[in-house]
Ligand binder design. Structure first.
Ligand code: SF4
Length: 363
């Protein structure tokens, strides 16, 4: 089934003219994009519908807050579309488009300037990776890696598989839930996974599923096909206000993901990207929700890490007492920070590491 894409709220019959008028300013600032399959999951009578929260603009996005590049990805950009922050991992932004645009996307800048940051020179990227023997992982993302035609994906994966030191290729994608037909109806994508996910060198698919409602029968069928083809699946999600900032919703997401073989990998603190104040939950509140959710599920559903994808590395929140919050570098840009443990004086209003008083943070 060919899904139909919408990039203008005026095309949606279920939103009133008054609401459209109100939201016009938002979609002028941060583009809107959705497709008919994903929109069909919305219960338009429910003002709190989670799919609506993910895909339909909110007036709160106009609140001044945040940065265009909150994790300072530009600092680690070696060439347009290639980031090398951690020794072993190179990230290729191979696409500048997604099956929809999540309102809280931390890479909004890509949609605002679609031609600037994605990878066009695949040969140069492959040469770079070949020259860096420490690189064992390549993450194909964007935008959404599965937005590229399979022919193009095959070319990229084929070239990467010729590099002996690249063991893991990861696809970052929300297409299994944004548009399951991308998987259900493209046997060549399944063939690609079968051919290139070998017992010695697996292909990983990192899904971006944020709420249990996204796990429709079709989505689960597509995920099963990827799994059967030999991919290893795992999920990451940001923790978003009025979407999954409820221990039972998050617990249900963890449970269902673990049941279908897509164990939770990362839960991200919502990055302070422009327009995201509406969606962010303070770190300490989010951590409590996360721990409460984990207390309700079994071992494999607890396998995630709650992290801040900070400019200096992935910083995991590992605990809290009445006075302090405790952090540990899960991955660090500077090796000297690797596994570094530190604590900060509690601040219930902190949304990002910089909101903690640096003088009150102790290694
Ligand atoms: S799928 Fe990921 S990259 Fe695409 S809009 Fe959503 S958060 Fe952004």
């Amino acid at each position: 089934m060919q899904v139909k894409y919408f990039t203008n709220l005026d095309q949606l019959e279920d939103i009133s003219a008054k609401e459209k008028e109100k939201l016009k300013k938002v979609s002028q600032r941060y583009p809107f994009r959705a497709n008919d399959y994903y929109l069909s999951l919305i219960d338009w009578n429910d003002p709190l519908d989670p799919i609506k929260r993910i895909i339909i603009p909110s007036i709160g996005e106009l609140n001044a807050w945040g940065e265009l590049d909150p994790s300072e990805e530009s600092k680690y950009t070696v060439m347009p579309g290639l980031e090398h922050k951690y020794d072993s991992t190179v990230l290729l932004l191979i696409s500048n488009v997604c099956g929809g645009i999540c309102r809280y996307c931390f890479r909004k800048r890509i949609f605002k300037q679609p031609n600037q940051e994605y990878l066009r020179d695949i040969e140069a990227a492959v040469d770079y990776i070949r020259g860096h023997k420490e690189v064992t992982n390549v993450l194909l993302t964007g935008g959404d890696s599965f937005m590229l035609p399979t022919k193009r994906l095959k070319l990229i994966v084929g070239k990467l598989r010729e590099i002996g030191h690249v063991k893991i290729i990861r696809f970052g994608t929300k297409m299994p839930v944004f548009n399951p037909y991308r998987i259900l109806e493209d046997s060549s994508l399944i063939e690609l996974i079968k051919n290139y996910s070998t017992p010695q060198k697996r292909i990983y698919i990192i899904t971006d599923i944020n709420h249990p409602k996204e796990l429709s029968k079709k989505a689960i069928k597509g995920l099963k096909m990827l799994f059967k083809a030999g991919a290893i699946l795992t999920n990451q999600t940001p923790l978003i206000r009025n979407l999954n900032d409820d221990p039972e919703v998050m617990a249900e997401l963890f449970r269902r993901l673990s049941f279908i073989g897509v164990p939770p990998y990362y839960v991200f603190q919502c990055r302070p990207s422009v327009g995201n104040k509406e969606y962010a939950v303070p770190i300490e509140k989010g951590y409590k929700i996360y721990e409460e959710a984990k207390s309700r599920v079994s071992g494999l559903a607890k396998s995630s890490h709650f992290v801040l994808s900070h400019a200096s590395g992935k910083i995991e929140v590992v605990g809290m007492n009445s006075k302090k919050i405790f952090f540990k570098y899960h991955r660090a840009f500077k090796n000297k920070n690797s596994s570094r443990f530190f604590s900060c004086k509690r601040n219930s209003e902190a949304y990002w590491l910089e909101d903690y008083d640096a003088l009150a943070c102790i290694s």
